[in-house]
Design a protein around this ligand. Structure first.
Ligand code: AMP
Length: 220
């Protein structure tokens, strides 16, 4: 099974994606997490990716596509979080899966207003322990003890690319490059949108349940 999580930065792709992976036993393939790991380890790929990520831009398609295809070769059922992000990436993925006689089961598009994204993203904190990677939100999903991860007890930190100036740039990049994927996948007949309104009690559990229902329906 291949599930794609689509949505602007901060829409909750990672959080909901993790729940889907747990339930359906999928590998969570987050291109953002892979790049951050490469940056932390100061690899050649990390150095190159950081030039783009630190400014809120996308890493070029050739680098990203070959990295994802290498991972997909090794993996079985996967949830893609943060990929594809351009039409070119979506077309490459389609070709890659076609060659393997596979296809995408569902594209889950999390739709959330920009103001909410800015509020949500600027209050996001993540666990500094890479092995854990738990995400919290100081407003919407606070940890039990301020600044400390509920799961492993490590320090919580703000991601560099969650700084307000970078978020605005990432949103611009999203509208220019990634939003066209909504029409692309609508045409493919596999787009499923979940509307999220963080002020009207759309909880993580509500969104997760809706995502499960979509997958159940698509699997029939
Ligand atoms: P994310 O954690 O998914 O928001 O990704 C963080 C950053 O990594 C993005 O702002 C991009 O700079 C880069 N990135 C992640 N996925 C991709 C992708 N599919 N294509 C290009 N750049 C990406």
């Amino acid at each position: 099974m291949y599930i794609i999580m689509l949505g602007a930065p901060g829409s909750g792709k990672g959080t909901i994606g993790k729940e889907i992976c747990k339930k359906y036993n999928l590998t969570h393939l987050s291109t953002g997490d892979i790049f951050r790991d490469e940056i932390k380890r100061d690899t050649d790929l990390g150095k190159k990716a950081n030039e783009y990520i630190s400014n809120g831009n996308l890493v070029p398609d050739d680098i990203t596509i070959s990295m994802v295809e290498d991972k997909l070769m090794e993996l079985g059922d996967v949830l893609l979080d943060g990929f594809p992000r351009t039409i070119n990436q979506a077309e490459s993925l389609k070709k890659f899966l076609n060659q393997k006689e596979k296809s995408v089961t569902a594209v889950i598009n999390l739709c959330i207003p920009d103001e909410d994204i800015i509020k949500r993203t600027s209050s996001r904190v993540i666990c500094s322990n890479k092995e854990c990677g738990a995400t919290f939100n100081t407003i919407f999903m606070p940890p039990k003890v301020e600044g400390i991860c509920d799961v492993c007890g490590s320090k919580l930190i703000v991601r560099d690319d969650d700084k307000p100036e970078t978020i605005k740039e990432r949103l611009n990049v999203y509208y220019k490059n990634t939003e066209p994927l909504i029409s692309f996948y609508k045409k493919e007949g596999i787009l499923e949108t979940i509307d999220i309104d963080i002020y009207s009690n759309t909880t993580k559990e509500d969104t997760t349940e809706k995502a499960f229902q979509i997958i159940e329906r698509r699997l029939k």
